[in-house]
Design a protein around this ligand. Structure first.
Ligand code: NAG
Ligand code: NAG
Ligand code: NAG
Length: 932
């Protein structure tokens, strides 16, 4: 297959015909790529499947022999050069116009001339006023200047590019003068492949340049003669690129900026009175050790920016540097990167008090003396230390923990306090094997706004680690770390919630999803409730793919070790509610697993038969589809011993007979705690909720009677029994009726609330405590009303988590009294309590909240919508109202006028329990009388 490659090289088009276009060939083209200002490129590859790929490849013309010169079809016009281009002079000038690209829309126009056998290419942009002159690689010298084409008039062209036109000991002035060009201040020289001679002053005589760019030859070192700068008295900017050997500069020069790449200094820098910026890459020194000479830049008093990128520093780089850079007092920006340095002497910056930016990236730093940066501490704003893989942990250790190893540790300590930089704004520690954000930074780096820690080994992040950065607008870069969790503590969550989700001025960049295990619990809650408290540059996800805000925090669990679990189960731990969870699928022995501190048990579809030793800590148990049949009265009693325990029991073959009465009785009484109560069935197929306790034992005995008596008598007897029973056990029957949804009209709220422990839970700000204990408690709890109040400081269980305590108190109270004041509104707890109570009241569709207005709060900023709406739609009692106590008492639950109803709620509950246990004798009594 024949392949044609068209190559454009400085406006010349070459077609290469090759039969076997291999990658080796392409590679060769790429290897010889000659740099940015002269980019040859393949413009088209014909008849090859990789056409598009190769068409954009940047390559260099490797070997002229490979190419046949040929204008690209359609792009080139023959005929005379355009009028604004240089024209050939009439004979005897040996000049022939060849061809060019005269397309006006193409900015990259050119024209070629044959001057005495040399092909010259001129590219001229008369808008930008730039002239580009390319000579052939080998220039025949004779009769050249007189035969060159020239502009019709003298043109002023500020920037001139000259490629490969150097002639032995002749100034570029002559070349440009014969072209009729003047006024140039910027000159760019590309030295040809084979430099004819060193670049000496003769070549620059007569030039008045401010900017000179020299790019050396690819293959050979080009020597700049000791005097090369002498004629260029006004030069302020010098660019020296590739394979150049540079002499000490003359003392008279006025250079301000020097940029060098890939070359060597033959000696000290020389004259640099005015030098402000020296930017070097891959720079070397022609000394015996290869190190820079001591005092290399000692004559540069004004140098403010020095960059040494990949300097060739020789065997002892740190020492060499310290000696070479002595005397640089004005430095503001210093870069020493890619230089293999492992440390710097502690007095390295002793004179660099004006340093604002320091870049020590891509080195082998293993140690930073603690005092290293202190001379610059008041001004240093940027510190780049990235890609120093051996850098130690830079955190500040607490000295008190050091113990006996103080010698070693004081070194570490010394190394670690290096970052005490009060004005530092940007710190990069990317790719330094950092494992954490140091706690000391919040103290030592108070002005930091950009912290880069990408590509490290940071596994977790705490709120404490980041909140200090949020005090001003900051960025934290953490991509490329194996971040598992963001650990917030409850205090952090509370702090953010209490701060009304105030946004921290911090944007965090992370790349990986979080594990979303128990460690992320408080973080997930914070994100769910205050999604914008930080800015995440990527959506926060869990490893499951779900967004963190969408995953319920309670499902964020960590596995427990098998020895903390039981056979047949897998155990987990969850942060809140603080719980051990067991998922059991393979239990043996028909018993509950024995797991310490078990809070949640998922053990559906096992073979559990017995509920002995029901763990007291358990608050949720899914026991569906087991083999629960007959439960002992003791086990049945403990089943509901914890008020908020929830159970799932459907699918068990419950035995509904007298023997199992204890269980059925408990289930009916506590059916609110059995989530699937209405799905529960007896082994005989009856629905459990339809089983009448009274029938379980009584009916089996009365059946005998029923058969022996006429139906009318039976009805009469049953009516008598019912009446007698009703009068004795009215309360129980009411609850029974209510549970079955019968005759709700007969049942008062008091009946429902009877087993509540308190009449009212008082929610108040502790600033208003005096009101509670001086007025409320004596008035309401005293004779004759004897309401029972729940007051947090008095009635709460010590150590319980406060929101749980609030929820419990609201649940256990018939009313919630809110003492509304500005103090109350300022207290977040107050608001939470209110909400819990409010929700509870709404759920039951009757008014449970009594608001006592202690003062006018109408304009308070924390008076949220919910509360405002409540105040406008519900009556409240205002302190100072002449009928205050009367109104308050009326709003409290009404007591029935039965004497026993005056007993406190817990007594009623106790009574209820006692009654249910006494029920059997109560029923058998009348039956026995019939037996008579
Ligand atoms: C050299 O150029 C500068 C401006 O860049 C100008 O002020 C000065 O007069 C020029 N000198 C000569 C000799 O042309
Ligand atoms: C440091 O900076 C200050 C203010 O810019 C300047 O006055 C002082 O001369 C500088 N010090 C040195 C040694 O250049
Ligand atoms: C435990 O089991 C429950 C119910 O089967 C399930 O919802 C939960 O995801 C399981 N937990 C884990 C961590 O597997």
């Amino acid at each position: 297959m024949l392949v044609s490659v068209f190559i454009s090289c400085r406006n010349d088009f070459y077609r290469i015909n090759v039969t076997n276009l291999t990658f080796a060939f392409i590679k060769m083209l790429l290897l010889t790529c000659t740099g940015v200002n002269n980019i040859p490129y393949i413009v088209a590859v014909r008849r090859h499947p990789l056409n598009m790929l190769w068409a954009v490849m940047v390559a260099s013309l490797a070997n002229n022999a490979l190419c046949t010169r040929e204008p690209r079809p359609g792009m080139v016009t023959s005929g005379p050069p355009p009028p604004h281009y240089p024209q050939c002079r009439p004979p005897p000038a040996a000049c022939t116009p060849l061809y060019g690209n005269n397309n006006d829309t193409d900015a990259d126009t050119f024209y070629k001339y044959n001057v005495n056998g040399n092909i010259f290419t001129i590219s001229y942009n008369n808008i930008n006023k730039e002239l580009d002159l390319t000579c052939p690689l080998i220039l025949s010298q004779e009769k050249l200047d007189d035969s060159l084409p020239s502009f019709r008039r003298v043109v002023v062209i500020p920037a001139v590019y000259i490629d490969s036109c150097e002639r032995a000991d002749t100034s570029y002035v002559a070349l440009l003068a014969s072209l009729n060009v003047t006024g140039y201040r910027k000159l760019t020289l590309h030295i040809s492949q084979r430099p004819v001679s060193p670049l000496n002053s003769l070549k620059f005589v007569g030039l008045n340049l401010t900017y000179l760019y020299i790019r050396g030859s690819l293959n050979e070192i080009t020597y700049l003669s000791d005097d090369f700068l002498e004629p260029l008295k006004n030069l302020t900017k010098l660019h020296l690129i590739r394979n150049l050997s540079v002499p000490p500069l003359p003392p008279s020069n006025r250079l301000e900026t020097v940029i060098t790449f890939d070359g060597i200094s033959r000696d000290v820098w020389g004259g640099c009175e005015q030098l402000l910026v020296l930017n070097t890459s891959s720079w070397g020194w022609n000394t015996s050790t290869g190190s820079p000479p001591p005092g290399w830049l000692s004559d540069c008093p004004k140098l403010i920016e020095l960059r040494l990128r990949s300097p060739k520093l020789g065997p002892r780089p740190e020492e060499a540097l310290a000696k070479a850079l002595v005397g640089l007092k004005a430095l503001e920006v210093l870069e020493i990167s890619r230089s293999h340095i492992e440390s710097l002497p502690s007095d390295f910056f002793i004179n660099s008090t004006n340093l604002t930016s320091l870049d020590l990236s891509v080195n082998r730093l293993i140690y930073l003396p603690s005092t290293l940066l202190q001379p610059a501490a008041t001004k240093l704003t940027t510190l780049l230390l990235y890609s120093n893989l051996q850098l130690p942990d830079l955190c500040d250790y607490d000295h008190h923990d050091d113990g006996d190893d103080s010698d070693i540790l004081s070194d570490v300590f010394a190394a670690t306090s290096v970052l005490r930089l009060p004005v530092l704004q940007q710190l990069s520690l990317s790719a330094t094997n950092a494992t954490r954000i140091c706690p000391s930074w919040s103290r030592d780096l108070p002005a930091l706004t950009r912290l880069e820690l990408t590509g490290n080994s940071i596994h977790k992040l705490r709120f404490e680690d980041i909140k200090w950065l949020g005090a001003r607008y900051s960025e934290l870069h953490l991509t490329g770390n194996r971040l598992q969790s963001i650990d917030y503590y409850m205090e952090d969550y509370l702090q953010i919630i209490q701060g009304h989700c105030t946004k921290f001025g911090l944007a965090v960049y992370i790349s990986r999803p979080l594990a979303c295990d128990c460690h992320s619990y408080w973080f997930a809650r914070t994100v769910a409730e205050c999604p914008d408290h930080l800015t995440w540059r990527r959506p926060l996800r869990c490893s499951s793919g779900a967004s963190v805000a969408a995953v319920p925090p309670a499902s964020m669990v960590c596995p427990r070790y098998p020895d903390e679990c039981a056979a047949g189960c897998t155990c987990y731990w969850r942060e809140r509610p603080d719980a051990t969870i067991a998922n059991c699928s393979d239990l043996v022995g028909g018993r509950l697993p024995l797991i310490p501190h078990l809070h949640e048990l998922n053990a559906a579809a096992n073979q559990i038969e017995s509920l002995e030793n029901f763990p007291a800590t358990l608050i949720y148990a899914d026991l569906q589809y087991n083999r629960l049949q007959l439960i002992s009265p003791e086990a049945a009693a403990t089943l509901f011993s914890v008020p908020h325990r929830r159970l799932l029991l459907a699918g068990n073959p419950i035995l509904c007979d007298c023997e199992n009465k204890a269980l059925i009785d408990k289930l009916q009484l506590h059916r609110q705690q059995v989530e699937d109560y209405h799905e529960m069935k007896c082994v005989d197929g009856r629905v459990l909720s339809s089983v009448l306790i009274e029938d379980l034992c009584a009916l089996s005995k009365t059946l005998v009677l029923v058969y022996s008596l006429s139906p009318l008598a039976v009805l009469l007897i049953l009516a008598l029994i019912s009446f007698g029973y009703f009068s004795r056990h009215q309360q129980l029957i009411k609850i029974f009726f209510y549970a079955h949804g019968w005759c709700l009209c007969l049942i008062s709220e008091g009946d429902l609330d009877r087993n509540k422990k308190y009449d009212a839970f008082v929610s108040y700000s502790h600033v208003d405590e005096h009101f509670v204990f001086e007025h409320l408690v004596p008035q309401l709890e005293g004779e004759p009303h004897r309401f029972k109040l729940c007051i947090d400081t008095r009635d709460w269980v010590v150590g319980e988590w406060i929101p749980v305590q609030v929820a419990l108190s609201v649940e256990e109270s018939r009313r919630t009294i809110i003492l509304l004041s500005c103090n109350f509104l300022d207290s977040v707890w107050g608001r939470l309590e209110f909400r819990t109570a409010h929700k509870s009241a709404m759920r039951e569709n009757r008014s449970r909240v009594i608001i006592v207005l202690l003062e006018d709060v109408g304009n308070h900023q924390n008076l949220d919508k919910e509360l405002k709406a409540y105040l406008s739609t519900n009556t409240y009692v205002k302190w100072g109202d002449p009928h205050f106590w009367e109104k308050l008492r009326n709003a409290l639950p009404r007591r029935s006028n039965e004497a026993e109803a005056h007993r406190a709620g817990e007594e009623v509950a106790y009574e209820l329990q006692r009654m249910t246990e006494r029920r059997l004798p109560a029923i058998t009594a009348p039956t026995a009388s019939v037996d008579f």
